[in-house]
Write a protein that binds this ligand. Sequence first.
Ligand SMILES: [Zn+2]
Ligand SMILES: [Zn+2]
Length: 290
Amino acid sequence: MFKDIFGKTRQKLGLHIHTTLSDGKYAPDVTAKIYKEAGYDAIALTDHWYFGEAKELGGLPIISGCEYNIGFVDCNEGVYHILALFCESEPKGIEKTDSPQAIIDKIHEVGGLCVLAHPAWSLNTPEMIKTLREVDATEIYNAVSGINFSRRADSSLIVDMLAMQGYFYPLLATDDCHYYEEGDCTNSYIMVECESLGREELMQAIREKKFYATQGPEIHLTRVGDAFRVDCSEVREIVFMSNASFSHRTFVGEALTSAEYTPRHPHETYIRAYVVDKNGKYAWTNCVKI
Ligand SMILES: [Zn+2]
Ligand SMILES: [Zn+2]
């Protein structure tokens, strides 16, 4: 549990992590120890095709989870990796031959949250994603997709193209921890505004986008009249993103803690923001409709 710069309670959550139950390096108890020592309040173990129940491991709350991945190599034929989080029981009858929509529906049948993982790594185009009904969230950043020569950790371009077309998903940052090397372990997470670690409360807060995604910096985006304001921990860059091409949206300095941007084009329909600190660590807000 953390207090943010406004005194609100935040829970630090890692929602995409693999163990030896699929293709991760460490066993679940070792993983729990690593994340507990890194100050996480709860994590989800999302092994491929292995549904992990909610429980406690070494004193760390574990959120139920699984990663259902379909398609294999040819992204043009559709590679979809779908996280099931917070399910009340194991989704029934999910097969590797299922469509992504069938998987999403089966996760919802047991009360779970569906996350479209690493759309950039999978080359999920906006056209592909828009056909999926009731995706509850996606990843703006997936750390493991950026190491081992992949260089596709950052899905923000896809997020922006979707937002431009009116699709606003809650945006997670995750480790997708496999190798437990620097970069894919205790690196990228979300900070959820929530008083408790209750399943219902966390799910609701994520659905309502009451969280920010981060690698360390704190970031808050609020509306002040016609303007949008970022308040943050000390950073070197504050950047506002929208669907305007020409616009002054980047602020650079040694120790910035706030910036404001006023949309000036009538066609700007959304705003999001990110910050970068002196160590190159990012934090991202969700998209806000103008
Ligand atoms: Zn995956
Ligand atoms: Zn994964």
